[in-house]
Design a binder for this molecule. Structure first.
Ligand SMILES: *Cc1c(COP(=O)(O)O)cnc(C)c1O
Length: 450
């Protein structure tokens, strides 16, 4: 038996993998990875896979990046971890100063957790608790957009709207107010994107008018709803939302966990709308894909509502054992160094344009309903009927066929349902984008043939 095969057998004896029907692995091979370098992952038989999904959207500057690795190694000899209650350390102080400097103006407080869902949980509690401390005890609800995703712990799941993840656990969840958004997939042919965003803001305006008295916050993924299949909307929607949240006295939570750190073409997606949210959640790319770290940034007015004499019992109550882990912070600092020294955002413009060119021919494919593209995210939606955009039935698992084809060709493309997408590390080269485009084109062809 090859080492690969042995590892698969041992794995399937003891592991339970995330987001997986384990029975699939009776016929769908698991892929054990020995090492990574740049955009490549290599298994134990020496076969390589180009990581087109940045290992679940976390990797920014390649696997085994020498600069990030060196910084984490240096930190390892200094301090691996320390309690953040009552204690502090240099990496987290420097990281917080730098995050305050690069995020939208006004966000000047950083609170940390150890994964994205936990950052959402902390943010929901913080928003609710702000209103409580301000005497507004009736504010207990959250407003969210259709097709949103904010993680899979119970609170985060409750404010999301991807039924695959949510419906089973419905009985356990608090109720959210869900409003249709401005998803460009549903635009009328020839409709102007800004006009569409303005038209589709009406339901949100109505929800705010009806529910503001009991709503803590509106939570959104700015510009791209990634987990729903890279669904996109125009920055104009965020401008209208910022203004309406202020007018209705409701917080605005920007979940930049997936879109932050350059994915949409700017360092943060909120920049494209020129807005500052009341809370901004960060994770995924924060450590360049090295270690789990997440957090929420907020502004002075929120912070001051908790700042009081101990006896008032107004302090924020949320903690995780590994909050602010120094190794993770050092990976984040190295990641910010690379952004600062290497003109990443500007260089990505050429890569982004190349992704569009390399896939433009798919526009005419009889089973491609839409190609969506913003910054370093490009998505191709397969449909049964191009004219009506009728989706393929989910039971047919067309995306899985693309996944299997890509693996056979040496690429890790992991479609979301019928949506094939590229969200690669920023160290990808134009020829590698061409390779991915060829694999995706053949994969889509094979997957939609019958
Ligand atoms: C991934 C994701 C989360 C959850 O982060 P985890 O670290 O996976 O818990 C939350 N919001 C968005 C937008 C995400 O893409």
């Amino acid at each position: 038996m090859s080492l690969n095969a042995t590892l698969i057998e041992r794995d399937l004896n003891v592991l339970w993998h995330p987001c997986t029907q384990m029975k699939d692995h009776e016929w769908l091979p698991l892929v054990p990875i020995k090492r990574g370098e740049g955009v490549w992952l290599e298994d134990f038989d020496g076969k390589r896979y180009l990581d087109a999904v940045s290992s679940w959207w976390v990797n920014l500057f390649g696997h085994n990046n020498p600069r990030i690795s060196a910084r984490v190694k240096a930190q390892l000899d200094q301090l691996e971890h320390v309690i953040l209650g009552g204690f502090s350390h240099e990496p987290i102080i420097e990281l917080s100063e730098r995050l305050v400097a690069i995020t939208p103006p006004g966000l000047n407080r950083c609170f940390y957790t150890d994964n994205g869902s936990a950052a959402i949980e902390a943010t929901l509690k913080m928003s609710f608790h702000y209103w409580l401390n301000s005497g507004q005890t009736q504010k207990t609800k959250f407003i969210t957009l259709a097709n949103s995703y904010h993680g899979e712990t119970l609170g985060a799941l409750a404010v999301g709207d991807v039924s695959l993840y949510k419906s089973t656990y419905g009985p356990l969840l608090m109720e959210a107010i869900t409003v249709p958004g401005a998803d460009t997939f549903h635009m009328e042919p020839g409709e102007d994107e800004i006009a569409y965003a303005e038209r589709m803001f009406a339901p949100m305006e109505l929800a705010l008018a009806q529910h503001a008295h009991q709503a803590c916050a509106v939570i959104v993924e700015p510009l791209i709803q990634c987990a729903a299949g890279m669904r996109m909307y125009h920055p104009r929607y965020l401008q209208l939302l910022r203004e309406a949240c202020d007018r209705h006295n409701v917080h605005l939570i920007a979940d930049e966990i997936a879109v932050g750190f350059g994915r949409t073409g700017t360092l943060f997606a909120c920049e494209q709308a020129g807005i500052t949210p009341d809370f901004m959640c960060l994770s995924k790319g924060l450590t360049g894909g090295y270690l789990p770290l997440a957090g929420v940034m907020t502004h002075d007015k929120i912070y001051q509502a908790f700042y009081d004499d101990y006896e008032k019992l107004n302090a924020f109550l949320h903690s995780h054992s590994y909050t602010g882990n120094p190794l993770a912070c050092s990976a984040a600092l190295a990641t910010l160094d690379i952004f600062a020294s290497d003109d990443i955002i500007e260089k990505n413009q050429a890569l982004s344009a190349h992704m569009a060119r390399a896939t433009a021919h798919l526009q005419d494919h009889p089973h491609v309903g839409q190609i969506r593209h913003r910054g370093m995210v490009l998505a191709i939606e397969m449909v049964e009927d191009k004219a009506t955009r009728k989706p393929f039935p989910w039971q047919q698992r067309r995306g899985l066929r693309v996944y299997q084809h890509a693996l056979s060709q040496g690429a890790l493309l992991r479609p979301l349902g019928n949506v094939v997408y590229f969200m690669p590390p920023y160290v990808i080269e134009p020829e590698q984008i061409d390779f991915l485009a060829r694999v995706a084109t053949d994969g889509i062809h094979l997957a939609t043939q019958d």
